[in-house]
Design a protein around this ligand. Structure first.
Ligand code: KIV
Length: 264
């Protein structure tokens, strides 16, 4: 059975935990889907993980459409959520709606994710009115890295925490179907989760959220440029891959590969 917005909201009501992971291509998306993960996020983190950029700001709507298209091709059950990249929704309500529509119409996304609170309510309402499910994103919003001055814990001070709580309620009111909470104190995430009828999906926001999301390449131990405290590595594939490549090089150089078994 396909995982849709209906299942998303049912899981909140029945207190079942939600799972979400990023994927940016056909092969990894098919692994995530086969593993039974509820939602695949085609995150703008692909800017760093796939494109080698310093932050998420350079990735374009065309690139998000390309990656989302190949992810949806691989997906049988999971709900595919496409990130709206920096400057694809900030400029105007019209541009935001058009770009959200492209992610659905051209790439097959089932929902879109936008970063921000009260400042983007009009865009969220317009996209929702166009019948496209929207997921919000509060706390550490990586597209605001220049303003935030780095990737830092958000909501530590009471005024900051209150603003995030208020924003969460405003996003719910505007029609979002879930909210990603990134790098905020666990107790704040708990309060927000308890105050909402829609689910929260945490990343670095502790155990009380309705679900969890991680960057797949972090979880698999593939992306080593930096590893935030909240990442748990469930595998160390970088080491396995490097070993396989070095073994191949050595065997070719020594004339061990190809042997009889691998020749005609
Ligand atoms: O782009 C991304 O991968 C994200 C997650 C970190 C939530 O937005």
């Amino acid at each position: 059975m396909k995982f849709t917005v209906t299942e998303l909201l049912t899981k909140k009501k029945t207190r079942q935990k939600l799972t979400m992971l990023t994927a940016y291509d056909y092969l990894f998306a098919s692994f995530v889907d086969e593993a039974g993960i509820d939602m695949i996020l085609v995150g703008d983190s692909l800017s760093m993980v796939i494109q080698g950029n310093e932050n998420t700001l350079p990735v374009t709507i065309e690139e998000m459409i390309y990656h989302t298209k190949i992810v949806t091709k691989a997906t049988k059950r999971a709900m595919v959520v496409a990130d709206m990249p920096f400057m694809s929704y900030q400029i105007s309500i019209e541009e935001a709606t058009r770009n959200a529509g492209r992610l659905v119409k051209e790439a097959g996304a089932h929902a879109v994710k936008l970063e921000g609170g009260r400042e983007i309510l009009a865009q969220i309402k317009a996209i929702t009115e166009a019948e496209i499910p929207v997921i919000g994103h509060l706390g550490l919003t990586p597209q605001a890295v220049l303003r935030m001055g780095g990737y830092k814990l958000q909501g530590k001070l009471p005024e900051q925490a209150n603003r995030i709580k208020e924003d969460a309620l405003m996003l719910q009111e505007a029609g979002v179907v879930a909210i990603v909470l990134e790098v905020i104190p666990s107790e704040l995430a708990k309060e927000i989760t308890e105050s909402l009828e829609i689910p929260t999906i945490g990343i670095g926001a502790g155990p009380y959220c309705d679900g969890q999301v991680l960057v797949l390449h972090d979880l698999l131990g593939l992306f080593e440029r930096f590893t935030p405290k909240f990442v748990k590595k469930y595998a160390n594939l970088r080491e396995d891959i490097l070993k396989a490549l070095k073994d191949y090089k050595e065997e070719v150089e020594k004339g061990i590969f190809p042997d009889k078994e691998h020749s005609f």
